[in-house]
Design a protein around this ligand. Structure first.
Ligand code: CUK
Ligand code: CUA
Length: 642
């Protein structure tokens, strides 16, 4: 019987569609589910500010969006791994190096998990980190400029899904590879040699306390399994990391007959402080690898890309006491640590329970060597010895868990389309609400931190169906906001999202607002092609390159008429925005330019490259309505035959 239920869930999960609440009934989620005062609770009056910033991953759009809560209003799209024509990200000469990788220029990625920086496990409002899944990368976004400041590629990784997860004091952003891969240094091996040659690397990316600069400090070479999600310990478990693992069958083909066979997979517990000790003792080995490190410099307004060629690795076989496996019911997805750091919550997608592990029990089991054999040389702790308990029959297809700071957890259930609130100590279900439909991640403000801010939970749903005006075959993805301030969760608002949000974090506006950068100071602009006033503008020829040092100010460009360009030349328009007022950008576009426009903020210099393709006079203009004379903000370039 039990097996039948589990099989049933497996089929539904794999088929990707099974609704506990049928779409047909959904439009009628009448009075009972929506709080009577919902409108009042989400209404942010004109001119008033929202209470929280919601920093939301865009999934396959490779971006982040910035949303206000409780209103659900979208304020910004922050391009990270994808080119963004709207502001020239990845098109301007300054930002192109940000998308450089060991494979060359890669202008797209698939982003899943946001992680906001913390100090002592609490939000500090400095940075947001986000992963690129496809060409494995981690980006750091400034919460002062709301721009991507740094991107580092990860060597020895395939499918950087288990990433980035932040330690309590933002010492590291940690990333586990989703696809076990053969090491970069020796990667040309038969796929059938999976068990011998494939490894599951975990990267520890260090973060500089002051600048935020990242570096791959070391990698753990673990047995070849797939890492899914992870969380750092905090409080008593600070110094540890917990990763859910699947495909512990170590199959190269993840068809159900190969992978998803075992009743239990694992959560891998990593003692990273111990790893640091082994590293200090010289246990690390340098291995050849090739990966890009791209940094944006706010003073030169330009990015630099460097290719690195080696990485430090640690072999767990030479580092006893660093890694332990905890058995976890079938195909765990989420792996979350409660605010006190005492409990680790697994979510077996294909299991009908939520296992909750106790950090204290884990320590005892390690001390008393209560093992159930080993997996590839790494001790497996006995399930019963580390288990705090199971939440029984909570729902179908548990994915992710967040915490309200009141001793409760809320877990998302993809298959049964619901959020379920339960008590961590007592393991009792307290409340459940339907989601429309098939919720993936969820977010409680501060939910993954030591001090959740509580108040709301947001469900990020995978399927939208009938919730909005239809827009052809493709519908918007959708979020739902619930009030969790009382005993019962109450639906307040549906709002569309940008891209497909996987994870998101929410942070009180007060922690971010005060650090917002309003203008770049012109006198601090160290761009190599800056013109700090109209007198410094000029046109300089270097062989076939024509460099135009140009300025923009309401409402003209200097120079606005350019002659002397020849066919075969490459023209670089280096436009400095001379404004020193908040929120007065100028745009710049040239007819036939092979790039997007550029959008230049006050005090900044940005460069548009143009290779003329026709002899004649070509117009150029400002794209952002900047003043009553915006329409007059234009000019001409004359291109003559060579
Ligand atoms: S995953 Cu998307 S629903 Cu990529 Cu965090 Cu679970
Ligand atoms: Cu400048 Cu419009």
């Amino acid at each position: 019987m039990k097996t039948n239920i589990i099989k049933g869930i497996a089929v539904a999960v794999l088929a990707g569609g099974f609704f506990a609440c049928k779409p047909d009934n959904a439009g009628k989620n009448g009075g009972s589910e929506i709080a009577g005062d919902a409108a009042q609770k989400v209404y942010v009056a004109p001119g008033k500010h929202d209470e929280f910033y919601n920093i939301v991953s865009g999934g396959f759009n490779g971006q982040l969006s910035v949303v206000g809560l409780p209103s659900g209003r979208v304020f910004r799209i922050i391009p990270v791994f994808s080119q963004f024509a709207e502001n020239g990200w990845g098109y301007s000469e300054e930002t192109k190096p940000m998308l450089n990788t060991s494979h060359g220029f890669v202008p797209w990625d698939d982003s899943h998990h946001v992680a906001l920086s913390t100090t002592n496990g609490e939000h500090d409002g400095r940075w947001a980190f986000i992963n690129g899944n496809n060409t494995p990368r981690i980006a750091r976004v400034s919460l002062s400029t709301f721009r991507t400041d740094e991107i580092i590629e990860l060597p020895n990784s395939g499918g950087n899904h288990s990433s980035p997860f932040i330690t309590a004091n933002t010492e590291y952003a940690v990333a586990g590879t989703r696809f076990s891969v053969p090491p970069d240094a020796n990667a040309d091996v038969p796929i059938s040699s999976f068990k011998q040659n494939f490894k599951g690397y975990i990267s520890f990316v260090s973060i500089d306390k002051t600048t935020g600069h990242m570096g791959v400090k070391f990698q753990l070479k673990t047995p070849g399994v797939s890492f899914d999600l992870a969380r750092a310990g905090k409080g008593k478990s600070d110094g540890w990391f917990f990763f859910s693992c699947y495909n512990t069958e170590q199959a190269a083909s993840l068809l159900e007959v190969n992978a998803s066979q075992k009743d239990k997979d694992f959560i891998l517990a990593v003692n990273w402080k111990k790893a640091e000790e082994y590293l200090a003792q010289g246990k690390g080995k340098k291995e050849a690898a090739k990966y890009a490190h791209n940094v944006y410099d706010e003073k030169t307004h330009s990015a630099n890309s460097t290719i690195l060629t080696e990485v430090m690795t640690l072999d767990p076989k030479e580092c006893p006491g660093m890694l332990y496996f905890m058995p976890c019911p079938k195909s765990p997805h989420g792996c979350d640590v409660d605010p006190t750091g005492s409990y680790i919550v697994g979510s077996g997608k294909l299991a009908a329970v939520i296992p909750v592990f106790s950090f204290d029990k884990m320590q005892k089991a390690i001390a008393s060597k209560t093992f159930d054999g080993d997996f590839d040389g790494i001790p497996v702790l006995k399930y019963d010895a580390v288990l705090h308990g199971e939440v029984k029959k909570p729902g179908l297809g548990p994915l992710h868990t967040e915490f309200d700071g009141q001793g409760n957890a809320i877990t998302s259930f993809f298959v049964s389309s619901e959020l379920v609130k339960w008590n961590i100590e007592k393991l009792e279900v307290l409340d459940r609400v339907p989601t429309y439909y098939s919720v993936g991640h969820l977010c409680i403000p501060g939910g993954p931190t030591a001090k959740p801010h509580g108040k709301y939970v947001i469900a990020y749903n995978k399927i939208t169906k009938d919730r909005y005006l239809p827009t052809g075959p493709e519908l918007t993805q959708s979020a739902q906001l619930y009030d969790i301030s009382g005993d019962k969760m109450k639906l307040l608002l549906d709002f569309p999202t940008i891209g497909e949000p996987h994870y998101a974090e929410a942070i009180p506006a007060s922690l971010v607002e005060k650090n917002t950068k309003k203008i770049f100071k012109l006198e601090e602009n160290n761009h190599p092609y800056v013109a700090k006033g109209e007198k410094e503008t000029k046109v300089v020829r270097k062989g076939n390159e024509v460099h135009v040092y140009m300025t923009s100010i309401r409402s003209h460009f200097t120079p606005d008429n350019i002659e002397g360009v020849k066919m075969g030349d490459e023209v670089f328009f280096h436009v400095t925005n001379l404004e020193q007022d908040w929120d007065v950008p100028h745009g710049f576009a040239v007819r036939g330019a092979q790039n997007a426009e550029i959008l230049i903020m006050p005090g900044e210099t940005s460069t548009l490259r143009w290779k003329p393709t026709k002899v004649g006079v070509t117009p150029m203009y400002c794209t952002d309505f900047c003043s009553a004379l915006h329409q007059e903000m234009q000019g001409y370039v004359r291109v003559s035959s060579a």
